[in-house]
Design a protein around this ligand. Structure first.
Ligand code: FNR
Length: 378
């Protein structure tokens, strides 16, 4: 398609296909605060770099003459038939990069038969995003509020709006130490961006002295006191089970023992993730944790993966190392910054196209064929 447009219309793609050039293009259109918030990571950036270096340490070993004429990327994940094993990771506050924000990302994913995971920290109320996703599969990511009543209310709203799978993010009991944001004193939440799901919540509003329209700062202060639940323990997962009847997936798992605990707690899956290196500087690369967690629980739990996925080749490596599907983070936020819904679609189509080409050239007609034996460690 791209080459034909070049030939027939003398046109190059409106956005870069290379992930590093995509980030650079987004940097040029965004103000320093929003760009730093998206691109930034914890501390010295050691874990964000390690996420990428871990991908570079694995090499694909292509096989020949295996009939790859008829290929499909289809995969079933937790009862959902997906056109490819790629989801949009939950990213909050997307209105800082583009006014169309989360609904545009949800539309782009749904249009391609893919699932997007909506963040609790969305800049758009969850009901509006559900409408934008149309018939598409909806997953909701929970930041576990300190108030059980507010948590229960968010979950009830998400279920009523048709979200089927719950992703509970465990690695953000507080925000990581993020020098890019600290040096610019930039935190979207303090500007009421990313708290739309609370401001639209009747239980949250009932706890306010004045309506948020009259006293926005009071609402932000109330939110700041409850957005996370650092006292939560494994025993508390029973509360979420009681308030959610669909599959629950724990995001931010890096230790095989935590994978086993997720299984014991009746969870349906885990996301092996270090939040894109945004939380613990010096933490293990997510891809290094993946085979260990997959070995511990991959037979019994759905193991998903994120942190560092940039290309179709990365997806092949993560699947070969035991991920049922991967979540894509920053690249789609850059696509959104550059071109709204169309920009997200461009980023997703590039990843899927490269995934298809890489699979075919490596001798695989289907993602199910991938195993650790298709890789070697450098
Ligand atoms: C995130 N991430 C995230 N995760 C989550 O569970 N809830 C959220 O609200 C957010 N918000 C968020 C904002 C921004 C700007 C970024 C970059 C990331 C983490 C996200 O879901 C995912 O784990 C990482 O982005 C994956 O790493 P890569 O693909 O960005 O390297």
């Amino acid at each position: 398609e791209i080459y034909l447009q070049g030939l027939l219309e003398d046109r190059v793609p409106p956005y870069p296909t290379d992930p590093a050039r995509l980030e650079e293009a987004a940097r040029r259109v965004l103000a320093a605060g929003p760009f730093g918030y998206v691109a930034g990571s914890a501390g010295t950036g050691a874990t964000a770099r390690a996420n990428r270096e871990a991908f570079d340490r694995w090499a694909i070993v292509p096989r020949m003459l295996r009939d790859v004429q008829h290929r499909t990327l289809d995969r079933e994940v937790l009862g959902t038939q997906m056109t490819a094993p790629v989801l949009l990771a939950p990213i909050g506050v997307l209105s800082i990069v583009h006014p169309d924000a989360e609904p545009a990302a949800a539309r782009a994913a749904a249009g391609l038969g893919l699932t997007s995971v909506l963040s609790t920290a969305s800049s758009t109320p969850l009901e509006e995003v559900a409408e934008a996703a149309g018939d598409g599969d909806r997953w909701f990511q929970l930041y576990w509020a300190r108030s059980p009543e507010v948590t229960a209310s968010l979950l009830a709203r998400a279920r009523a709006a048709g979200y089927r799978t719950l992703v509970v993010t465990l690695d953000t009991a507080m925000l990581g130490w993020r020098p890019q944001d600290l040096d610019q004193a930039y935190l979207p939440f303090l500007r009421s961006i990313g708290i739309a799901n609370y401001l639209s919540d009747p239980v949250f509003r009932a706890g306010l002295a004045k309506p948020p329209e009259e006293d926005p700062f009071g609402a932000v202060a109330h939110w700041a006191g409850m957005f996370s639940n650092p006292g939560a323990t494994w025993e508390d997962l029973a509360f979420l089970r009681e308030h959610w009847d669909g599959p629950i997936v724990l995001k931010g798992i890096l230790h095989p023992d935590d994978g086993r605990r997720a299984l014991d707690a009746g969870m349906a899956g885990v996301v092996v993730s270090n939040h894109g290196g945004r939380q613990v500087d010096g933490a293990i690369a997510a891809l290094d944790a993946l085979p260990l967690v997959a070995e511990a629980v991959g037979q019994d739990l759905t193991v998903l993966f994120d942190s560092g996925v940039r290309t179709g080749s990365d997806v092949v490596k993560a699947l070969a190392l035991g991920a049922r599907a991967v979540l894509l983070g920053r690249p789609y936020a850059y696509g959104l910054a550059l071109g709204g819904e169309e920009g997200v679609r461009h980023v997703l189509r590039c990843v899927l196209a490269e995934l298809d080409v890489t699979l075919a050239l490596s001798g695989h007609a289907h993602v199910d064929d991938l195993t650790p034996r298709d890789l070697v460690r450098r």
